[in-house]
Design a protein around this ligand. Sequence first.
Ligand SMILES: *[C@@H]1O[C@H](CO)[C@@H](O)[C@H](O)[C@H]1NC(C)=O
Ligand SMILES: *[C@@H]1O[C@H](CO)[C@@H](O)[C@H](O)[C@H]1NC(C)=O
Ligand SMILES: *[C@@H]1O[C@H](CO)[C@@H](O)[C@H](O)[C@H]1NC(C)=O
Ligand SMILES: *[C@@H]1O[C@H](CO)[C@@H](O)[C@H](O)[C@H]1NC(C)=O
Ligand SMILES: *[C@@H]1O[C@H](CO)[C@@H](O)[C@H](O)[C@H]1NC(C)=O
Length: 436
Amino acid sequence: MAIPYCKILQLCLGLSLIFHNFSLANPFIVDDHRQGHQNNNNLSTKLIRLTSPLFVFGDSLFDPGNNNYIDTNPNFWSNFLPYGETHFEIATGRFSNGRIIPDFIAKYANLPLIPPYFQSGYKQFSYGVNFASGGAGALVETHQGKVSCYRWQDVKDHLLFLRLDIDAVSRTILITSIICYFSIFNISSHVIIIRSLQAISLKEQMMYFKDVEKQLRKRIGDRETQELLSNAVYMFDIGVNDLSEPDPMYRNFTSQDYIDIIVANFTDVLKEVYKAGGRKFVLLNLLPLDCTPCARAQNNAEKLAELVNQFNEALSREFKKLEKQLNGFLYSEFDFFTAVNDRIQNPSRYGFKEVRNACCGSGIYRGNYSCGGKRDGECDYELCDNPQDYFFFDCHHPSEKAYEQIAELMWNGPPSMVGQYNLKSLFEIQSRELAL
Ligand SMILES: *[C@@H]1O[C@H](CO)[C@@H](O)[C@H](O)[C@H]1NC(C)=O
Ligand SMILES: *[C@@H]1O[C@H](CO)[C@@H](O)[C@H](O)[C@H]1NC(C)=O
Ligand SMILES: *[C@@H]1O[C@H](CO)[C@@H](O)[C@H](O)[C@H]1NC(C)=O
Ligand SMILES: *[C@@H]1O[C@H](CO)[C@@H](O)[C@H](O)[C@H]1NC(C)=O
Ligand SMILES: *[C@@H]1O[C@H](CO)[C@@H](O)[C@H](O)[C@H]1NC(C)=O
């Protein structure tokens, strides 16, 4: 009996995403009029050619609210105040007090705010879309969540259950709905399902990107789609969650073997985007994880610092290989590590008064991840008066001011920070100049 249950349960998880898309009224959709853009669904073709669309993949640093739509837990949400307070006045699901890096990049590129992929009813992909999900890793095992399945007769007696892992990648949504339909009308009276999805892995984000490609082909045809996708800029930030919270199945791996698997999965996704026509990439390395207030509070800084170092070296090596392998693969390699490190070492030069403590949180360095008072049962938290003075808003995530400085550097920074291309120059390259 265990195997059929398992299949049904895996697939039901996918269905819950669909239901969320249709039925969860989302209070967090924001049109940013402050940028002076008309976020107009009636986009003229001319505009498409004037500016490149922006597709965003990654984790909480780039998530504009995708996690609002998944059945995760508050550790992976930030859709409550004081998140968002400084700029949006409501919490949008961004892990900061205001805008995040993709918001600033969109502004500099003359694009509207790039919305979350899961935003209800959003079908306009001509400006791009954002797939990033707080907690996501390059490996499907990182924060993949669990489905717990309780058989009714067991629950009645002892609350014993079967615990099943989910292979998030292998589920497809259509089959999902059919199987769930049967399960609802047939055996569900015998089964109680408890789901906890945590984050949308990079692999799954890629799956949704392919779906976008399909929809575009249907709507605007193959040629226009090809042009749009090759002209687009693809921005990635991934790896922090794989390194800081590895799945137990990797316990026995050496750090180098583990890093190699993460990086290989990351570059696999880059190759897929390239295959779909993508040519212009923006790739971030990892920030110095040992400098976050969370790490300071937990006292595991040294180990993290070494891992990040190894990871960043491996990334850089692999990006160079990709450039050789893939004709016309252009990339901006943003040195996020150095950008953050500079600010932490020289706060006053960049207008920060506090770089060790978080603005929002509790405990030493406000290094407990309790901002907003909704996570892991910790209800009390402190909030600073002026987030502008702080580099970190909560113990993992930079403040809006820090993000703005970093986005500016990504946009027009020098080769020492961005490699061959800054974002401004990537956006300016037109598709006819690309090797397709
Ligand atoms: C789209 O824009 C064109 C020209 O600006 C206008 O004529 C047309 O009515 C608009 N369509 C919709 C659905 O708004
Ligand atoms: C429905 O349940 C019955 C008995 O529990 C079983 O024989 C049948 O195969 C089930 N049908 C489906 C479609 O799962
Ligand atoms: C790790 O290795 C030890 C012994 O080499 C083994 O007993 C253990 O089951 C392994 N753990 C995992 C998660 O593979
Ligand atoms: C990607 O990660 C999976 C585990 O999630 C691993 O089995 C696979 O070998 C990795 N791919 C590459 C190319 O290393
Ligand atoms: C912060 O977390 C630590 C460890 O989990 C806990 O012992 C401590 O009480 C927390 N501090 C506050 C102020 O909640």
